[in-house]
Design a protein around this ligand. Structure first.
Ligand SMILES: Nc1ncnc2c1ncn2[C@@H]1O[C@H](COP(=O)(O)OP(=O)(O)OP(=O)(O)O)[C@@H](O)[C@H]1O
Length: 463
């Protein structure tokens, strides 16, 4: 594991020799020679460790530390001083610095401190990971989900020191591709190493290459320091390339080379670096179609598709809906501090009839919204439809469905509007929807045009 370290030290020769020493220990070190620039660099890099000299031109080391700690209280810092004043030492430790050491620096001691920090950072990453792990589980008892779980376990049992085969996860949006990618990593022998998620669609095209492969110092205007890319950051772990279908064509070749040679080359570099990254890719597009259209490389598709996992849309595995409903109900009840026991049967019935174009994500949002509105023991249709006009009001309902009809009528009765008022409101709304066209309004209401005209005239007479 390598730490990202920012070193702010005005003695140039000392700073550069320290950089070499730490890089020799496998760390990524960025150097600045004055406080002001050091702070700007800190804002840009957000390093895990700050090594800073107490006395600096421009902004002093203690002030820099104070500002950096305000922005990132988890930052590890070690402060150097040539003067060894007790007041400085007290202030530095009060600011939560990891240590304070006097110049000339004892490199062995510094090396040990860095090792300790590395251990702490590793632990923190693991804790964060386990926290995340609790949040991730693949719910569902359908045949399709059972098969996906089997694939995850098969891949996990390949506890090999070699890089596992590339996996391509396909399925419509919201079907759980991200969940599967995380589970693959979590159950694999790489679970203690990073899992890095990159959404190829959200990266601006000109930045994708830099993000994935990094750059060397001076690779382009503004590249003041070398920066490792995400392929390097995921070394030993997994890189999840989400929406891979949107990876720019010119980078597809570079990714293919990286996959085949297990080496990457930073922008502006002539040196290849070895990487051991498990690539998991996902897409909701048909990549074979993209190959036919000439926007996706066939050789890359074959390279990615060594193992493929398909997540069918929720409408094709409706038996998962009850389990998912209870899972999300529990999750959001805890989150919003509610005590809701379950769903009225009518809710599950209607959920089973809906087509869920947004898949599990849409179901999860729907339940979150219902939990927010519900102040009773059970979630009923009124909570599902509450408050907002949304697509869900258009759930296809087989004509004459007794449960649906009864629920609507019950809701209407609760409004305490008279039959006359209801009729009048219904006609008004239908007229609005058809832009005042009588024939269409009559059709919408399931009545004849003459009947509609008669009721409207009567309404005018009654008024
Ligand atoms: N089987 C499942 N069990 C539990 N939660 C699930 C399941 N499938 C999806 N989810 C949840 O649904 C939401 C959407 O899932 P996810 O982000 O994995 O979908 P996706 O296929 O990656 O979508 P996109 O293509 O839009 O990125 C997430 O909150 C996820 O936790």
């Amino acid at each position: 594991m390598s730490l990202s370290i920012l070193l702010v030290e005005d003695e140039k020769n000392f700073a550069l020799s320290l950089k070499r020493f730490l890089e020799g220990k496998g760390q990524e070190v960025y150097v600045c020679f004055d406080g002001e620039k050091g702070f700007n660099q800190f804002l840009e890099l957000n390093p895990e460790v700050l090594l800073v000299d107490c006395r600096l031109p421009g902004m002093g080391g203690i002030e820099l530390l104070k500002k950096a700690k305000e922005l990132n209280p988890d930052l590890y810092s070690i402060v150097f001083t040539a003067f060894g004043s007790i007041e400085d030492a007290v202030e530095v430790m009060k600011l939560g610095s990891f240590d304070y050491i006097q110049k000339p620096i004892d490199l062995q001691r510094l090396g040990q401190l860095i090792l300790k920090i590395e251990e702490n950072v590793r632990l923190k990453r693991e804790i964060d990971y386990y926290r995340k792990k609790e949040e991730t589980s693949l719910i569902g008892s359908s045949q399709a989900i059972a098969q996906v779980k089997e694939s995850i376990h098969k891949l996990a049992s390949l506890s090999t020191t070699k890089t596992p085969p590339t996996v391509l996860i396909t399925g419509e949006t919201g079907t759980g591709k991200d969940v599967v990618a995380r589970l693959l990593h979590r159950h694999s022998s790489r679970s203690k190493n990073p899992f890095i998620h990159v959404n190829c669609i959200s990266l601006p095209e000109n930045l994708v290459e830099d993000e994935l492969f990094g750059h060397d110092q001076g690779a382009f205007t503004g590249a003041k320091n070398a920066k490792p890319g995400l392929m390097e950051a995921a070394d030993g772990g997994a890189l999840f390339l989400d929406e891979i279908g949107d990876l720019p064509y010119n980078l597809q070749g570079k990714l293919l080379t990286a996959l085949e040679t297990k080496k990457i080359r930073r922008l502006g570099s002539v040196k290849d670096r070895k990487t051991d990254v498990w690539i998991i890719a996902a897409t909701n597009r048909n990549l074979f179609e993209k190959v036919n259209q000439g926007s996706f490389r066939q050789d890359l598709l074959f390279r990615l598709n060594v193992v493929s996992i398909y997540l069918p849309p929720l409408r094709d595995r409706k038996e998962d809906i009850p389990d998912l409903c209870h899972h999300f109900l529990k999750k959001f009840s805890i989150h919003y501090g509610k005590n809701i026991e379950g769903f009225k049967e009518e809710v599950i019935e209607i959920f089973l009839r809906y087509s869920w174009p947004g898949n599990v994500r849409e179901l999860s949002h729907k339940i979150e919204q219902a939990v927010l509105w519900c102040e009773e023991n059970l979630i009923s249709l009124k909570h599902i439809r509450a408050g907002i006009k949304n697509d869900f009001n258009e759930i296809p309902s087989p004509k004459g469905d007794p449960i649906e009809k009864r629920t609507i009528v019950e809701e209407l009765l609760q409004t305490k509007l008279s039959l006359k008022e209801l009729e009048s409101e219904l006609i008004k709304l239908a007229l609005e929807k058809t832009g005042g066209n009588l024939s269409q309004t009559a059709k919408l209401l399931g009545v004849t045009r003459d009947w509609l005209r008669y009721r409207m005239e009567k309404k005018l007479l009654d008024a």
